[in-house]
Design a protein around this ligand. Structure first.
Ligand code: HEM
Length: 179
């Protein structure tokens, strides 16, 4: 079925959606791999990729958010019920919030350990000027982990909702996010 271009997300929005989606899943899988690491050193090396990816994800999500401000998404499909529109809005907003807040929380936690974030040795994001406090850093990392699980649940809800539209309603929701 062909869709008018104004009824679809823009190419930039689509590219950022799928890129960020993939990177978030990769970033999560890196933490799973780190848990299985044989020792502290190996774990630290694997987690370096998670921290660097967090910087990349933050920049891409901030860019996506700005893009969205000036290039609003297409209006909801007429066939979507009011409760579906409301739920989609809340879920999307919550996902954006988590995607922006989680890397910042990670940055504050690293800074509490007096550490910056090396982006694969290309450049370093310096630590924030916060007082050294390892206990606080640990606590922020705990919150960061719980937030991560919450984000994964939100993403699961999001994907299930898209599947419902594709398989049960057989509407154009998914097509709007595909080239
Ligand atoms: C198989 C995986 C996924 C599919 C099939 C999918 C599909 C879609 C579709 C079709 C839309 C447009 C919904 C509409 O028009 O109302 C959308 C929007 C959105 N998706 Fe996904 N998505 C997936 C994964 C993800 C992941 C992993 C994230 C988060 C990292 C994510 C975050 C979002 C957000 C925030 C929006 C709202 C976009 C906006 O209006 O600015 N999605 N997704």
């Amino acid at each position: 079925m062909s869709l008018e271009s104004k009824a679809k997300y823009s190419g930039v929005a689509m590219a950022l959606h799928w890129l960020v989606g993939i990177l978030v899943i990769v970033s999560w899988q890196i933490t799973v791999a780190a848990e299985a690491a044989p020792d502290r050193e190996a774990r630290g090396e694997i987690m370096g990729n998670h921290f660097a990816l967090g910087v990349v994800i933050f920049v891409l999500v901030a860019a996506r958010f700005m893009w969205r401000r000036f290039n609003p998404p297409p209006p909801p499909l007429a066939s979507h019920a009011n409760w579906e529109r409301a739920l989609a809005k809340i879920t999307h907003l919550a996902i954006y919030t988590f995607l922006l807040v989680m890397p910042i929380a990670g940055w504050i936690a690293m800074s509490s350990f007096g550490s910056g974030i090396s982006v694969w040795g290309l450049f370093e994001v310096p630590p924030l000027p916060v007082p050294a406090n390892e206990a606080l850093g640990e606590q922020i990392f705990e919150i960061h982990s719980v937030a991560g699980i919450t984000l994964l649940v939100l993403i699961a809800v999001h994907v299930l909702a898209v599947l419902k539209h594709a398989v049960v309603d057989r509407d154009d929701t998914l097509m709007r996010m595909l080239p």
